[in-house]
Design a protein around this ligand. Structure first.
Ligand SMILES: [Fe+2]
Length: 333
């Protein structure tokens, strides 16, 4: 009898515990996200447990954990890794009327295995007083931009997705020529993150940085004076592809295949696409919101408008391996 009571108590508590938490594997590394977890916990009474790591590491972890994985949600900072998680069958289709309603068709997987949370734009950052009139990504390899370009390492997904877009537009042969041309025009070997490149523009080390625009927003008024001062000395140019638009990527989320708390996982992703969460992504992290009807941040709007590139988001995943190989061949460190 006592044994039975203990057993049923155990089953009951484990049920209550399991139904009131969500385990998130996330590559997003921004303060806004911590705020969002708190908001979700307070609103829903569901505890958010987070494992933060690079998406490659998270995908490997999901693979090795298999059916025993505690993960409910996978969040990445680029489309390529969402594609990979889907190809490896690490995420599952979900049903959500709300998500279907608010997430535009090109911002979600065709089998509903992932949904974009935010859009990000990879643009050029130049000195505020410069008269550089570079208009396209293809222009980066023109001789007139010799010793001007600064960009992070090719190990990073942001660059891999950008090169995947070059492949999508022009094929692999041109992509190699392009990558070699960019390397030739670099002001220095790739190092540091996107903010590091923005600071280097302000400090006159090079004249064109390739970076995601939300970092410019995050540097404005930053406690780190080196950042807040540097950002006053730069401006953004939204380049386009010759036959397309400006390169965009997405940060997105999917429900893990073996999610122990699937319902909570769906609630969590729905919350991240709610107007209040989308507002915070837009105003706290200067990203472009995905959910229909949510406005951009005012500072972001002041940077100007652009036409989004026309290649499908999945392309970045499809050509990722090709892009990595081309970077190696081109000597882009
Ligand atoms: Fe980032």
């Amino acid at each position: 009898m006592i044994k039975q009571i203990i057993l049923s108590f155990f089953i009951f508590t484990s049920f209550v515990f399991a139904s009131s938490e969500v385990n998130v594997y996330s590559h997003r590394h921004y303060d806004t996200d911590k705020q969002l977890y708190k908001m979700f916990e307070e609103k829903m009474g569901i505890k958010v447990n987070v494992v933060n790591a690079d998406a490659n590491a998270l995908i490997k972890r999901l693979e090795s954990e298999g059916e025993k994985s505690p993960a409910d949600v996978l969040i990445t900072v680029d489309a390529g890794r969402l594609y990979q998680a889907k190809s490896k069958e690490l995420i599952q289709s979900i049903e959500s009327k709300y998500l279907m309603e608010v997430v535009p068709e090109n911002m979600r997987d065709e089998d509903n295995k992932w949904f974009a949370l935010t859009k990000r734009v990879r643009a050029f950052i130049v000195p505020i007083d410069s008269n550089i009139e570079i208009k396209t990504y293809e222009d980066l390899i023109k001789p007139e931009y010799k010793k001007m370009i600064m960009v992070r390492s090719s190990n990073h997904v942001y660059n891999q997705s950008m090169l995947a877009a070059v492949i999508a537009h022009h094929g692999e042969e041109y992509a190699l020529k392009w990558a070699q041309g960019v390397v030739k025009n670099m002001a220095r070997k790739p190092r540091g993150n996107d903010r590091y490149q923005v600071k280097a523009v302000a400090n006159g080390i090079g004249k064109i940085a390739i970076a995601n625009t939300y970092y410019v927003g995050k540097m404005i008024g930053n406690k780190d004076i080196a950042e807040s001062e540097a950002v006053k000395k730069v401006k953004i140019i939204f380049p386009k592809f010759e036959n397309g638009g400006t390169h965009i990527n997405v940060s997105g989320a999917g429900v893990a295949k073996y999610a122990p708390n699937k319902e909570n996982a769906i609630k969590f992703i729905e919350f991240l696409l709610s107007p209040e969460a989308q507002d915070l992504f837009a105003n706290g992290n200067f990203e472009y919101p995905v959910a229909k009807g949510v406005k951009k941040n005012d500072v972001v709007s002041s940077w100007g408008t652009f036409e989004e590139d026309n290649i499908s988001i999945n392309t970045m995943g499809k050509y990722n391996i090709n892009a990595v190989k081309i970077f190696d061949k081109a000597g882009w460190k």
